[in-house]
Design a protein around this ligand. Sequence first.
Ligand code: BDR
Ligand code: CA
Length: 315
Amino acid sequence: MLLDVDTGIDDALAILTAALSNEIDLVGCTVTWGNVDVAQGARNTSEVLRLAGHADVPVAIGAAGPRTGAVATFSPEVHGEDGLGGCADTAHVPVLSRNGLAPESAVEMMIRLSHEHAGTLEIVAVGPLTNLAAALDADPTLPERIRQVTVMGGAALAPGNVSDTAEANIWHDPEAAQVVFDASWELTMVGLDVTMTSLITDEHRARLAAGGEIGRFCAAILDFYLGYYEGWSGERASGNHDALALAVATGLVKTTLSPIVDVHVDCSAGETRGRTVTTLEGEWGQWPEREGARHRVVMEVEPGFEERMIDLLAS
Ligand code: BDR
Ligand code: CA
């Protein structure tokens, strides 16, 4: 698995889950802008991997802002100024170095790993899709070597979280998302309507706080995240967005998938910018399969993954 992250709080939980799960062979992390600027995201990623005992997993820095060149905006109110709810102990962490050589870029790493693991590499993208779109620009043959792409982003049928209609990862860079949805790979979308059914609660945070070093770190960063959600919805319960995407990708959670559909991204400048529009029309089970469409959208996940994930992180 290659994880493309904008390490923020739920990204950190996903990285730890991937690094600690026996079922997952994490071969690299590419970092994009999003929750925080890309340099801080890279520091957070390296630090979280070190905490997991996986400092050997290579980290590569990617895009600093959206595909259009527009100014990047971040989400300090959701993830804290440092992306880790004020807990980032990263001042000492170099942004990236490779024995004094120029570091490999995110695009270079994606392409290299796609050759080294041709046919088996899973890409799980849990930030804005700027890096993936840039990798497709650099090597249009990339999809031929990728087993599957799983995207945390968008929403099949429900409203968004940055606007009435858009989810953050897609809203940050709709043009890049459209390029990624248009590419000829098998792509599964894990949208907000599903990730908001896998909730991390204060009870989970307490279990983590009573755990080991990793558990205590997770509890500390979650304190900030749950506080944000409390202000938003009135409850100390957050979506388990990014970790759920890797669970879907690896079958760690039982998933109900849609038939093959088209996903389009609203790239207009209007109020609906960043909305994912699918051919999932009408009620559950009543939409047509369209010729040429090639995406799957997760409709439901079996409850319980979050319990297993908390146990893993606490222990
Ligand atoms: C997504 O946006 C980011 O804030 C989270 O890390 C997650 O990837 C949820 O909409
Ligand atoms: Ca993310």
